[in-house]
Ligand binder design. Structure first.
Ligand code: HEC
Length: 105
């Protein structure tokens, strides 16, 4: 049973991570930039820079998840950050936070 659980987990987790990478490229890179520097399209409000260590210092993972799930408005930020993760599972949100964090310089 334990072996089954572990092997199922190993099968699923790289798939979720791969999803985060392709979701990021498809849904986030246009605004946040391909490598997360916040240098996508020019907007009146600058998209968050995920490479900036100060960004990660000033937020918890839970706040970052809320922003992805509910958009900027859910965390007191600009609604120019859309609620793109509204239909995502918790595992998908966690995988995206992990993916974004890996961009930190
Ligand atoms: C239409 C442009 C746009 C797209 C697409 C977009 N974002 Fe954003 N995002 C923004 C803007 C603008 C901000 C800055 C909001 C502010 O500072 O008020 C932001 C901020 C954020 C923040 C930081 C919230 C905070 O605590 O300050 C996170 C996390 C985030 N975006 C994640 C994502 C993810 C993940 C995706 C893809 C699923 C994504 N964004 C797609 C525009 C976008």
């Amino acid at each position: 049973m334990r072996t089954l659980f572990v092997s199922v987990f190993l099968l699923i987790s790289p798939a979720v991570m791969a999803d985060a990478a392709s979701d990021y490229a498809a849904m986030c890179a246009s605004c946040h930039g391909a490598s997360g520097a916040g240098d996508g399209i020019a907007l009146p409000v600058k998209p968050a820079n995920f490479q900036d260590a100060a960004f990660w210092k000033s937020r918890t993972d839970a706040q970052v998840k809320s922003a992805i799930k509910g958009g900027g408005a859910a965390v007191g930020k600009s609604p120019m950050m859309p609620a793109l993760g509204a239909a995502w599972s918790d595992a998908q949100l966690d995988a995206m936070v992990k993916y974004l964090k890996a961009m930190k310089k």
